[in-house]
Ligand binder design. Structure first.
Ligand code: NAD
Length: 268
C-alpha cells in the first residue's frame, strides 16, 4: 500500500504484539507506513501483527527488544534503520502495571514499572532521535526530521490510588515528552504524547470483562462507552502525519472525557 497519509514512512511501534501497540501498528500499515513491530516475549503475537499488516498490503517485520535494556534498544533502532534506510516515527508504547497499595508496594515492582514505562520510553526516544537528527528535516517522506509519540495515560493527570508506580511513570512521561519537544524542536524532531483513558486491552481486562465491571467503569466516562484500540490508533496516525506537522510538545487525550472529572457532573 502506498497511497495513505503515512505512505513510505519508516515507523517503529514498541509493545506491538498486543493491545494499543498492535492496533497502532496495523493502522500505520493501512496508512501506507513500513512498520517495525517490537515485542518482548510474544513472538507469535508479534507475527500476527505483521500478518495483519501484510494482509492489508503493507510491509512489516517483527523485532525483539526489551525497551528497558539500553543495548537491546540500540540494536533494535539500528536494525530498523538498516532494513528501512532510516526512521521517521517512533511510537514508544510498551508499558505495564504492577499494582499494589503504596504501603505494601515492593521496590522491585516500583522499579520494574519505572524502568519500562519511563526509562524505556527515554531509551527508545533517545536512540530514535539520534537517527532523526542525523537525517534532518525533509530527508524522508515527512516534513519533519522525525516524530516521536509517547504512549502516556490519563494517569499523567489523574492520581491513581493503588497504582503509585504507574501514575508516577506516566507523570514522568509528560515531562520527558515536553522537555524532548523543547530540546529537539530546533533539530526538526516533533515529540508528542497520547493519553488514553480506558481502552479495552489485556492490561485492564478486569475493568471491562464483566458487565458489572464495565458498568462501574462507565461511571468514569462521560461519553458513555469504553474505548477500543482503533480510537487510539487513529489519533496516532494523525499525530505521526504531516497533518500534525505544527504540533509538538502536546498531549492528545483520547479518553471519552475521563479527564473532565465526571464525578463532579452532579455538582460535586
Ligand atoms: P498491553 O498489555 O496489551 O500492551 C502492552 C505491551 O507492552 C505488551 O505487548 C507487552 O508485551 C509490552 N511490553 C511490556 N513490557 C515490555 C518491555 N520491557 N519491552 C518491550 N515490550 C514490553 O496493554 P495496552 O493497554 O495496549 O498498553 C499499551 C500502552 O498504553 C501502555 O504504555 C499503557 O500504559 C498505555 N495505556 C493503556 C490504557 C488502556 O486502557 N488500555 C490506558 C492508558 C494508557
Amino acid at each position: 500500500m502506498t497511497d495513505g497519509v503515512l505512505a513510505g514512512y519508516r515507523t517503529l511501534v514498541t509493545g506491538a504484539s498486543s493491545g494499543i501497540g498492535q492496533g497502532t501498528a496495523v493502522a500505520f500499515g493501512a496508512a501506507g507506513a513500513r512498520v517495525a513491530v517490537d515485542y518482548r516475549s510474544q513472538p507469535d503475537d508479534a507475527e500476527e501483527t505483521v500478518r495483519r499488516i501484510e494482509a492489508a498490503g503493507g510491509e512489516a517485520f517483527a523485532v525483539r527488544a526489551d525497551v528497558s535494556d539500553p543495548e537491546a534498544v540500540s540494536a533494535m533502532v539500528e536494525e530498523v534503520c538498516d532494513r528501512f534506510g532510516g526512521i521517521d516515527v517512533l511510537v514508544a508504547n510498551a508499558g505495564l502495571q504492577r499494582d499494589a497499595p503504596a504501603l505494601e508496594m515492593s521496590v522491585e515492582d516500583w522499579r520494574t514499572v519505572l524502568d519500562v514505562n519511563l526509562t524505556g520510553q527515554f531509551l527508545c526516544a533517545q536512540a530514535a532521535a539520534r537517527r532523526m537528527v542525523q537525517q534532518g528535516p525533509g530527508a524522508g517522506p515527512a516534513r519533519s526530521a522525525g516524530s516521536i509519540i509517547a504512549m502516556s495515560s490519563v494517569h499523567d493527570a489523574i492520581p491513581w490510588a493503588g497504582h503509585v508506580n504507574y501514575a508516577a511513570s506516566k507523570g514522568g512521561v509528560d515531562m520527558l515528552m515536553r522537555t524532548l519537544a523543547q530540546e529537539l524542536g530546533p533539530r526538526g524532531v516533533r515529540v508528542n504524547a497520547i493519553s488514553p483513558g480506558a481502552i479495552k486491552t489485556p492490561i485492564n481486562e478486569d475493568a471491562w470483562s464483566t458487565p458489572e465491571a464495565e458498568r462501574e467503569l462507565l461511571r468514569l466516562i462521560p461519553y458513555g462507552r469504553v474505548g477500543v484500540v482503533e480510537d487510539v490508533a487513529a489519533a496516532a496516525v494523525w499525530l505521526a502525519s504531516d497533518a500534525a506537522d505544527y504540533v509538538t510538545g502536546t498531549t492528545l487525550y483520547v479518553d471519552g472525557g475521563m479527564t473532565t472529572y465526571p464525578s463532579f457532573r452532579d455538582g460535586g
